[in-house]
Design a protein around this ligand. Structure first.
Ligand code: SAM
Length: 306
């Protein structure tokens, strides 16, 4: 048990007799910070790759924080995990093999195994401690880490994809989900043109990739535009989608989805699922389509639509 009174962390301070976690990043969120009241520190450690903090919040359940940045909270994680998973899986006609890069909390794996059509899920996470701690403190997220369809590889995702580039078509993937942390830290390389090339070489011909965009339209529209242009240097069909995510700074998550298949309208599901409202809490066919509708000023800048 970690005593809050004596616990010291750059992200936690005492205000008016209560303890608060502040998500502060001069680089990513200059001039603003999201805060959560802390109930209890569940775990704190410095792994080989990053600072890992897990606390019980007063209003958002248990919270996983890497290098001071919130990765997920028990209250709203399903919005992120469902959209980043079901957009590519439902936009693909026959997604048999799925790859997750990062994803240590195992929430994306939980969503992938819901699809009978998905036969094989590989997750490549650099830091085994994130998985171990998620199994302990985020049990609902990590509940399928041992599922028979799931194969977990502890490795740098960049290295895994580099090795895959020289393999045969049957070793490549239908869907690749980059569920990484933000660019500051071990995920830095995921936000560069070279990474899109690696993804492209690891995909089957009609495969689909998706990644969290780190920034969103309120935080840094120029960054989102720039990231989309990087993806367009490699993929001819790229779209930007977003969802409500109260625990991410400015309340939004941005996702970039791409494919080489120019006949696939990524903004529409290519299949239907019968028991949609039993399987999913956030995703639906309607949410799929509406997540690509952007406010006018952002649409003009990101998509060049006048
Ligand atoms: N949903 C979260 C978000 O958007 O903030 C991301 C969740 S998941 C916890 C991110 C994972 O990416 C972390 O567990 C981290 O260890 C992993 N990661 C970062 N860099 C990586 C790399 N180079 N290879 C594989 N996994 C990596």
């Amino acid at each position: 048990m970690v005593e809050l009174e004596t616990f010291e962390h750059d992200s936690i301070s005492k205000i008016g007799g209560k303890y608060w976690f502040h998500e502060i990043s001069e680089e990513a969120f200059p001039g603003q910070a999201f805060s959560l009241e802390v109930g209890e520190i569940l775990h704190h450690t410095q792994s080989e790759f990053q600072d890992i903090l897990i606390f019980r919040s007063i209003s958002f359940g248990n919270v996983l924080v890497l290098n001071g940045i919130i990765q997920c909270t028990e209250r709203d994680e399903f919005a992120y995990q469902e959209l980043i998973t079901h957009l590519p899986v439902m936009a693909h006609k026959n997604p048999k093999r799925a790859l997750v890069i990062g994803g240590g909390d195992c929430g994306v794996v939980r969503e992938l195994v819901k699809h009978d059509i998905v036969k094989e899920v590989t997750m490549v996470e650099i830091d085994s401690m994130v998985i171990e701690l998620s199994v302990k403190y985020l049990p609902n997220m990590a509940k399928y880490h041992n599922h028979s369809k799931v194969n977990i590889v502890i490795q740098d995702g960049f290295k895994y994809l580099s090795d895959l580039a020289n393999k045969n078509e049957e070793d490549k993937y239908d869907v690749i989900i980059t569920d990484s942390s933000d660019p500051e830290g071990p995920a830095e390389e995921f936000f560069q043109v070279n990474y899109f090339k690696l993804l492209s070489n690891s995909l089957k011909k009609d495969g689909i990739v998706i990644m969290q965009s780190s920034e969103n339209i309120w935080l840094n529209l120029n960054y989102v535009e720039d990231l989309k242009q990087k993806a367009e240097k490699v993929f001819p069909n790229v779209e930007y989608s977003q969802c409500y995510m109260p625990s991410y700074t400015s309340g939004q998550l941005g996702l970039l989805i791409a494919t080489h298949d120019t006949t696939n309208d990524l903004k529409k599901p290519s299949r239907t699922v019968e028991n949609e409202d039993e399987l999913f809490r956030y995703y639906s066919g309607k949410i799929h389509e509406s997540s690509f509708v952007l406010p006018t000023w952002a649409d003009k800048q990101i998509n060049g639509r006048k």
